[in-house]
Design a protein around this ligand. Structure first.
Ligand SMILES: Cc1cc2nc3c(=O)[nH]c(=O)nc-3n(C[C@H](O)[C@H](O)[C@H](O)COP(=O)(O)OP(=O)(O)OC[C@H]3O[C@@H](n4cnc5c(N)ncnc54)[C@H](O)[C@@H]3O)c2cc1C
Length: 423
């Protein structure tokens, strides 16, 4: 049963996808409640590279200028071997001079989405872990781990992340294996701006990969120096041991491969500044069952090799909001959104999965093959365009891209749809 002004919608998870979809749906007049397991919602994870596609959704939410102000403009990728030989050189401008990415501190992205959510009519319920959802053809009933009374809604949108527990219960056949490799990451000042402008990477075959992504200013130090997030790839089962070895040992490992990191690493003083991350390869043939639907990493988590997860979550959110605005009923809207989103999400999931062993595996020859071939592929226009459109988030599938509009922005039919603004 919908309210006079729209549907009753529950959003599970106050992460990137959950906050975006809740805000857009509340703005459109639906009665939206967000349920978050933490007592105080907080960002988890490293700095992010947002692509022109994800920025389109921030624009629709009205927060793009704030994001551009606190993040760092990224013009391309500069990937080299630890001996300094160029492996990957990609510049957004070679696809279109108006395109760029945005490195942003995860806390800054969280804050701007959270402030925007608070300005919407959505209700937020914290310390509300959803333990189970019973979905039928007409409603979804949420059950909570803290024992509060179940809640019935017209639609439950589940954005509970890659390690989703609710995905298991939905009755949708899927796979979500953990990748054997993960990473350590930390965010440090880059006072002199030595790493500004590009995502920098250093490789030694497929067993060593270090990244430095400019992410702008920390949200808790808005007048402070620009920062970089440093990533260090390693087998998932070694993450805790590497942290336990302490800061000095970690710094030595970083510097052995990338001496230029010395200045930022001076600011690395405690092991608590370093966190570990693991990822899943989530493959679901469909994202909804009755009145429960999945989005973001819960639906299509990938390894962050192509840096697209947050973009895909934002695109899911905007597409679902547009589909609910244009379709005559919820079932049609879910089918419409899924038809639009499955092909690009499948492309990025497959491409990430295919590329990951070239960067993160014990099979060193894959790294040698990457070092030999990626340089020429970056220089040859057809393969360069494939790589650049993949980076920029504008691939619709292996064969098609989203065109750019007259302003040089990705033309995403359902995401940018004007009719999405209100129901
Ligand atoms: C190291 C690393 C680097 C990355 N770099 C990039 C990048 O450069 N660019 C990019 O686009 N993406 C990147 N990603 C991916 C990106 O972080 C994710 O794709 C994105 O955060 C997914 O958003 P989400 O909303 O689906 O889930 P999340 O942001 O994970 O949010 C899930 C939310 O659900 C809550 N929750 C979970 N279970 C429950 C429950 N049962 N009840 C209530 N609440 C619940 C959680 O507390 C959390 O708040 C990276 C990921 C990693 C690990």
């Amino acid at each position: 049963m919908s309210t006079p002004s729209g549907y009753r919608i529950a959003v599970v998870g106050c992460g990137v996808g959950g906050m975006a979809v809740a805000t857009l749906l509340a703005d459109a007049g639906h009665a939206v409640t967000v349920y978050e397991r933490f007592a105080v919602p907080r960002p988890l994870g490293a700095g992010l590279l947002l692509q022109p596609t994800g920025l389109s959704v921030l624009r629709r939410l009205g927060v793009e200028p704030v994001a551009l102000d606190c993040g760092a403009r990224i013009t391309g990728i500069d990937g080299r071997t630890t001996r300094g030989r160029t492996v990957l050189r990609l510049n957004y401008a070679d696809l279109d001079p108006r395109l760029h990415g945005l490195g942003i501190h995860r806390g800054a992205l969280f804050d701007l989405l959270f402030e925007r959510l608070k300005r919407s009519a959505a209700t937020l319920k914290t310390a509300s872990e959803v333990a189970r959802i019973d979905a039928s053809e007409t409603q979804a009933v949420l059950h909570f781990a803290n024992g509060t009374a179940p809640v019935a809604v017209d639609l439950a949108l589940v954005a509970d992340g890659a390690h989703s527990a609710l995905r298991m219960q939905a009755g949708i056949r899927h796979r979500a294996p953990l990748y054997p490799w993960g990473c350590l990451w930390t965010t440090l000042p880059d006072v002199e701006g030595r790493f500004a402008g590009q995502l920098h990477q250093r490789f030694r075959d497929s067993r060593v990969m270090i990244g430095a992504l400019p992410v702008g200013r920390r949200p808790d130090d808005p007048q402070g120096p620009p920062c970089i997030t440093v990533f260090w790839s390693l087998p998932a089962r070694e993450i805790e041991a590497a942290r336990a070895a302490g800061v000095a040992a970690l710094k030595a490992r970083f510097l052995e491969h990338w001496p230029e990191l010395a200045a930022p690493l001076e600011h690395l003083r405690e092991v608590d500044q370093i966190a570990g991350a693991t990822y899943r390869h989530v493959a679901m043939p469909r994202w909804s069952a009755g009145r429960v639907a999945f989005l973001g990493d819960a639906a299509h988590g990938t390894s962050p090799q192509l840096g697209q997860g947050a973009n895909l979550a934002l695109l899911d959110a905007a597409t679902l909001a547009s589909a609910l605005a244009t379709a005559p009923d919820i079932d049609t809207a879910l089918s419409l959104a899924e038809a639009e989103r499955q092909p690009p999400a499948a492309f990025y999931r497959q491409a990430s999965h295919l590329l990951t062993p070239f960067y993160q595996s014990r099979f060193a020859p894959l790294g040698w093959l990457r070092d030999l071939t990626f340089g020429p592929l970056c220089a040859f226009p057809p393969s360069r365009n494939l790589m650049l459109s993949t980076l920029a988030g504008v691939r619709r599938s292996w064969w098609r891209t989203f065109p750019l509009d007259a302003a040089g922005r990705p033309d995403l039919p359902l995401v940018n749809s004007a009719s999405a603004a209100c129901i």
